[in-house]
Every structure is written in C-alpha cells, then in structure tokens.
Design a protein around this ligand. Structure first.
Ligand code: KIV
Length: 257
C-alpha cells in the first residue's frame, strides 16, 4: 500500500517508527521503495553525488533533475525533495514558485525546507494552504553552515527554547513532520512529546518518531561519516574488490570468456 500523508501522521499515534533514507537517482530509489516510509531527495546530494564541499551550490534545476529520476523509480514510498539554498528564503512567492515547480515537474509529494524562524513558518503556512505538504528541518541546518558550522545545536537553555518554539510554530503552520538534526537527545525527546506531527531524527538520539540517514553513509560509500551516522556496510570496499576482479580478468584475457 502506498505511503500517504495520513499514514505518516497515523504512525505517530500508533508509535510505529518512521524509516527515512535519502536517494539521488533511479538506481537507488526502487531498492529503497519497499523498505522505507519516506525517500528524501536531500540537498546533501550536492556533497554526496556531485562533490561540492557544502550543500549551498546546488540549484533548483539540479534538485528537480535528481528528484525526477528518484521518483521514476518509486511506486510506494512518500517522496520529499529538499528546496535548495536561495530557492525559498527570499520570500513567500519565491517559495511557492520553487515548491510548485518541484511538485509539478518531478511528481514528488512534498518539499523540505530548513529553519523555523518567523519568515520560514509563514512560508510553510502559505505552502500548506495551497496544498503543498512541507517537512520542516531544524537544529543543524546545513544551508546555514557558514553561520552555525556543523556543530551540535540546542546546547544552551536559550537555544533549546528557541528550537522548541520553532518546532511548535512549524507544526502550527501545517508542516507534516520535522527533521531534528544534531541536537541533544533530551531536547529531541521534549520536542517529540510536544508535537502531534512526527519528528524525524538524525543525530538526535532514539526519542524521535522516526530516523533518517544519508544512504551513502549507511552503505559505507561516503569517505567520511558524520559522528552520528552509522555505516551498515563497507560498499567502497565491496565496489573496489569487484572492480579489481573485473580489471584482473580483462587484463588476463578471462573476461569476456
Ligand atoms: O539533505 C539531506 O540529506 C538531509 C537529511 C540529512 C535530513 O536534509
């Protein structure tokens, strides 16, 4: 059965953890489709798939290109695409145009945007009012790397209070879930119990309604893992061994036989 907005919201009431992974192409997305609830076309693909040092350089056109490829491989999971840096921060009409293009041109069901400050909450309210499902993202927000770095957020009482109030205002604005990235576990627990929409944690401890990982990290494809990620496989090594075997067979005139 297809994952819907209603089934995602129900999962929180039923205490059924949501499984979320990123994807960036048509090779990966059909493999994830039956195994996860949400596939996120995260702008981390700027770093993972395109080799940029941060997520900032990726454009809306590039996100649309990748999200279209991902969506072509998906029949069941709910697909969300990140709005990239500068495609929504300029104001509500920029955000409506960007999010509208993403939904129209890729077929994905929702968008994610970073931050919870008043303009973002107002933007989320405008997007949801016109029927665009929105996932929020607070805590470590990689599009603000030059201001915040990649350090854990929410460590002081003031920061923790701000993050809780941002989460509440995103829920109030109609977001259907909120990613909590790299914040203390106890703060993630407080935010999770204060919201009726699901929280999706990454580096936020076990007390969230779901978890997300960057698939390249999970597979052991990334050269360097963030401290909170877990590699379930060393795919770099697996690929390297397979390629070595192929190269040996070509050089020894064993392939093709
Ligand atoms: O871009 C991304 O992959 C993300 C996840 C890490 C949540 O935003």
């Amino acid at each position: 059965m297809s994952v819907t907005l209603a089934s995602l919201l129900k999962s929180k009431q039923e205490n059924r953890p949501l499984v979320v992974l990123t994807a960036w192409d048509y090779t990966l997305s059909p493999i994830l489709d039956d195994l996860v609830d949400i596939i996120l076309v995260g702008d981390s693909l700027a770093m993972v798939a395109l080799g940029h040092p941060t997520t900032l350089p990726i454009t809306l056109e590039q996100m649309i290109h990748h999200a279209s490829a991902v969506k072509r491989g998906v029949k069941r999971a709910f697909v969300v695409c990140d709005l990239p840096f500068l495609s929504y921060q300029e104001g509500i009409s920029a955000a409506i145009r960007s999010a509208g293009r993403v939904l129209k041109e890729t077929g994905v069901q929702g968008v994610k945007l970073e931050g919870g400050y008043p303009l973002i909450a107002e933007t989320v309210a405008n997007l949801t009012t016109i029927g665009i499902p929105v996932m929020g993202h607070i805590g470590l927000t990689p599009q603000s790397v030059h201001l915040l770095g990649y350090r854990q957020q929410g460590n002081t009482d003031a920061e923790a209070e701000r993050l809780l109030s941002e989460a509440l205002s995103l829920e109030q604005a109609g977001a259907f879930s909120v990613v909590l990235e790299h914040i203390p576990s106890h703060l993630a627990a407080t935010i999770t119990s204060s919201l009726s929409i699901p929280t999706i944690g990454i580096g936020a401890g076990p007390n969230c309604d779901g978890q997300v990982l960057v698939t390249a990290d999970l597979l052991g494809l990334s050269a360097k893992l963030p401290p909170f990620a877990k590699a379930y496989l060393n795919l770099r090594q697996v690929i390297s061994e397979a390629v070595q075997k192929y190269a040996d067979e070509v050089r020894d005139h064993q392939f093709p036989s």
